[in-house]
Design a binder for this molecule. Structure first.
Ligand code: MLT
Length: 353
């Protein structure tokens, strides 16, 4: 993960030496202020973990070097520097905050102390209390969920809020709030619930291809969608789906839920094409990710979006560091009047104003 952070910020694949240097740098930034735990512990335990995660991030805003330097009158050409510091400081702490929320909320309040000898992914698995190869699952999951084209709600929100020169704590907390929505990050838990429901409805065993096809047709004909299929911009199998599939083929090839996911992948695209309503009949990242978490014992659905959030932070924090380096202006949508909208509609919605 640390090497990936280097890659996102520089566009270059780091050498092992450079990666290890970043690992050490992250360790020096990993300590979490005690008041963050106080904030988390003050919240009712049935608070959604995404609310806890967002609140913990926002609570640390007082640590912002960007806000401090801005109030001291730093030059615009220097903005990127404290933004980089804030983003790296945040990234170094997020996995431990997520693991703390998990252990506090779901594991009878038994947080596991960090092991400073481990890298970010290894330490996360350790603090979650999940054995190997979950460290690799964590690294893969976080990297794959970092970002892919920045138009999604969480990436765009983080960028938008930071464009007001709000610091990284304000911006990321806002992005995490967007990720919490069921049409965005929360979708992966819905997909897993659906896959488990299919398994149950089809008798708790793997269906035949014919049984599965019938089930999928019935689903579509009753006006429902196939969760995990389709994407706003992708028009082929999401490469993040493929990477996770390859991981499953290596580590859990016989897991019935994985086999069912693969069967759906085999039959669903043709059915969706024939049905004709979906613009993209291919699976997206969510179609596979929950199954892996469940297999490794992470059965608390609500927490999946927090995992997504740790990964998304990698991408969006790198983005806003670059936003400040490139001197991006504040973002503001074009304002339109009702007249302009009516004219636009009359012209077939082709151009505005
Ligand atoms: C994501 O990575 O956030 C999802 O693929 C959603 C999107 O990009 O629209």
């Amino acid at each position: 993960m640390e090497g990936f952070w280097y890659f996102l910020l520089t566009g270059e694949v780091p050498t092992m030496e450079q990666t290890l240097a970043v690992v050490e740098d992250f360790k020096s930034r990993a300590a979490i202020p005690g008041y963050v735990f106080d904030v988390l512990r003050a919240m009712p335990r049935d608070t959604h973990p995404m609310t806890m995660f967002s609140a913990a991030i926002l609570a640390m805003q007082r640590e912002s070097l960007f806000a401090k330097r801005y109030s001291e009158g730093m030059k615009k050409t220097e903005y990127w520097d404290p933004m980089y510091e804030d983003c790296t400081n945040l990234m170094a702490k997020l996995p431990a905050i997520a693991a703390y929320i998990y252990r506090m909320k779901y594991k009878s309040d038994t947080p596991i102390a960090s092991n400073p000898a481990l890298d970010l992914g290894g330490n996360f698995a350790h603090m979650m209390g999940i054995a190997k190869p979950y460290d690799d699952v964590a690294r893969m999951y976080f990297i794959l969920h970092s970002d892919h084209e920045s138009g999604n709600v969480s990436a765009h929100t983080t960028h938008l809020v930071a464009s007001a020169l709000s610091d990284a704590y304000y911006a990321l907390s806002a992005g995490i709030n967007g990720l919490a929505g069921p049409l965005h990050g929360l979708a992966n838990q819905e997909v897993l619930g659906w896959i488990q429901g299919v398994f149950k409805k089809l008798g708790g065993k793997l269906p035949t291809e014919e049984e599965l096809k019938k089930f999928l047709w019935d689903t579509l004909n009753s006006g429902q969608v196939i969760p995990g299929y389709g994407h706003a911009v992708l028009r082929k199998t999401d490469p993040r789906y493929t990477s996770q599939m390859e991981f499953c083929q290596k580590h859990l090839p016989d897991y019935p839920m994985f086999k069912l996911v693969n069967m759906i992948y085999k039959v669903a695209p043709d059915i969706l094409r024939e049905h004709g309503k979906a613009k993209n009949p291919w699976p997206n990242v969510d179609a596979q990710s929950g199954v892996i978490q469940w297999y490794y014992g992470l059965v608390e659905y609500d927490f999946y979006t927090v995992l997504f959030g740790v990964g998304r932070a990698l991408g969006v924090l790198a983005n806003i560091t670059w936003d400040r380096a490139l001197g991006y202006a504040i973002e503001r949508p074009k304002s339109v009047t009702t007249d302009m909208l009516e004219k636009w509609a009359a012209e077939g919605g082709r151009k505005l104003g």
